[in-house]
Design a protein around this ligand. Structure first.
Ligand code: GDP
Length: 214
């Protein structure tokens, strides 16, 4: 049974840790190369077209954007609150080394200090082998000890018969197991249910109890 989104709204923008929203809602962060399709994925997951701004100019966002989302994991369940954090994209060729360093510092602060963070969705382009910056991002996220869910978007741009092989290539290139990468298309609206299933598991109250026990 697919997760039902009850409501989704923009919460706030933050450039410093003291601006991160408070409250116990479990959080999922989203990251990927500039222009990979992150905003479109957030909108598709939230089932709200204009929630995250789909940008024509890549490499602009230099802040964290937070969204409050209420979901019903099963039709009978009470809605529960989760938070999305849209992390700035990386890998944009035109940014200076200084800016890249600022990106890394901001993300590092967030990964280290965000205690409600449960998992990070790393978004890659299903059409191409992952870029070096994608592999670097995965290593960086893993190095922080965070759970990482890899999603490959824009599958609609591939011939249907190529999708499986492309996913296997992404998995092999990133050293992931078969079936670990979640295929997604914001254009076709596919992959949302499968990704939400992973997000619901990562943000489930039991997951928090288990965290507390370790
Ligand atoms: P972001 O910079 O990572 O937030 O990427 P955006 O969501 O702004 O999307 C960048 C470009 O890719 C836009 O032109 C989108 O319309 C396009 N795009 C995003 N998702 C998809 C998808 O699933 N399929 C296709 N074909 N295009 C997409």
């Amino acid at each position: 049974m697919p997760v039902q989104v009850v409501s989704a709204e923009f919460a706030k923008t933050a450039t410093r840790p003291d601006e991160w929203p408070r409250g116990p809602a479990p959080e999922i962060a989203f990251v990927g190369r500039s222009n990979v399709g992150k905003s479109s994925m957030l909108n598709a997951l939230a089932r709200r077209k204009g929630l995250a701004r789909v940008s024509a100019t890549p490499g602009r966002t230099r802040a964290l954007q937070f969204f409050d989302v209420a979901v019903r994991p099963t039709p009978a369940a009470r809605p529960r609150q989760v938070r999305f954090c849209d992390l700035p994209g990386y890998g944009y060729a035109k940014v200076s080394k200084d800016e890249r360093d600022r990106w890394a510092a901001m993300i590092e602060d967030y990964l280290r200090g965000r205690d409600v963070l449960r998992a990070v969705v790393l978004i890659v382009d299903a059409r191409h082998p992952p870029a070096e910056s994608d592999a670097d991002a995965l290593a960086f996220l893993r190095g922080s000890g965070r759970a990482v869910i890899v999603a490959a978007t824009k599958t609609d741009k591939l011939p249907r018969t190529r999708i499986g092989a492309s996913l296997r290539e992404v998995e092999a290139a990133l050293g992931l197991g078969r079936g670990e990468v979640v295929p997604f298309s914001a254009v076709e609206g596919t992959g949302s249910d499968a990704l939400w299933a992973r997000l619901a598991a990562a943000t489930a109250p039991e997951a928090s109890a288990a965290d507390g026990a370790t």
